[in-house]
Design a protein around this ligand. Sequence first.
Ligand code: NAD
Ligand code: DAU
Length: 366
Amino acid sequence: MRRLLITGGAGFIGANFVRYWADKYPDDRFVVLDALTYAGNMANLVGMSDRSGYRFVHGDISDQDLVASLLKEEKLDTIVHFAAESHVDRSIHEPDAFIRTNVNGTHSLLRVAREVWLERDDAPDTHLFHHVSTDEVYGSLGPDDPAFTEETPYAPNSPYAASKAASDHLVRSYHHTFGLRVTTSNCSNNYGPYQFPEKLIPLMIVNALTGKPLPVYGDGSNIRDWLYVEDHCRGIELVINSGRVGETYNIGGNDERANIDIVKEICARIDVLFSQRPGLAAAFPEAPAAAGRPTASLITFVKDRLGHDWRYAIDATKSRSELHYEPLESFDSGLGRTIDWMLSNETWWRSVMDGSYRDWLEKNYS
Ligand code: NAD
Ligand code: DAU
């Protein structure tokens, strides 16, 4: 039985992980620590408070007294560290928060973990600090470059990627220097339920349903490797349960797609759904599809993202051979599930997009 601290558990992947873990390991104790930034929402954890073993704590990963008291009082033996500023565009406009949380916040957690787990007599018999990271630390690929392996040299290009790279190095150093038991996973682009509608897929779905332009950066040729979020959660589970301490593992979807193809695919699917389900036109009257017009008419090519990485691709051979990791959801089925989820959860996306997010969008993109 594990006793976990899940940081950033009210965000997109963290909340999916909390649900995944609670279903699979109902006897575990899991404490969620989240600062509830614009990206963290209690709405992502609805229903969780009824589960035994679950506790939510509103707080910052940089609050060392709080983290130390949680590790000690709850006798936690595993940290799964999701908490981060995660949006590349925001890191271009306002990088400070990325350094604060992703670099200093991660270091703060490592410090406390070391103090409580390595330097105290009443420390648990064993412990694990699992760090959730990204493929963006490896930089950008050309069309014929081989996919990123765990040996690919780091070459982060955005302030976000640089802050994650720094955090990966700090995690590694706490293992090498102090003997903290750590693992790291570097994952490709996730999508699925509870993803904040500032990221490509949920943004395009929301804008298509509300009749707003679908902003495609540059010429839309940039390529990402897409992974349904549940497969990422399973990958993390495999690393936690069977990964070698001190190692990093790449997790990917083995499904590379150009942005423009994804946007067109979302448009086509929404057109079909509106033609098959008459209730959708009444529910989303601003959608072009409600009036029988093609959703693709909303596609708008806009100024490119600064320093926009062209391609990411993951070579997950190590995870496959050591951990038997394999994504189960195809992009085809995963995108279908995601669109269905967004159609059924209008209240969720309208509520999380209120307030500070709107202010930020207006300030930077009006
Ligand atoms: P997200 O932005 O949806 O959620 C981040 C969560 O962290 C939010 O709940 C937020 O409130 C919380 N948080 C932020 N700062 C905090 C602080 N100082 N203290 C406590 N909590 C804080 O992010 P996500 O997309 O779920 O990503 C989770 C992790 O996975 C991140 O570390 C990210 O780098 C990594 N990752 C994401 C993807 C992806 O495609 N989204 C892919 C690979 C890796
Ligand atoms: O690769 C893993 C990373 O994937 C994670 O580490 C990040 O946390 C996560 O945000 C994601 O980063 P990206 O920058 O790849 O994701 P995003 O959804 O912001 O953009 C995906 C692609 O779509 C990218 O090439 C930029 C483009 N894009 C994005 C938005 C929001 C558009 O063309 N238009 C848009 O409006």
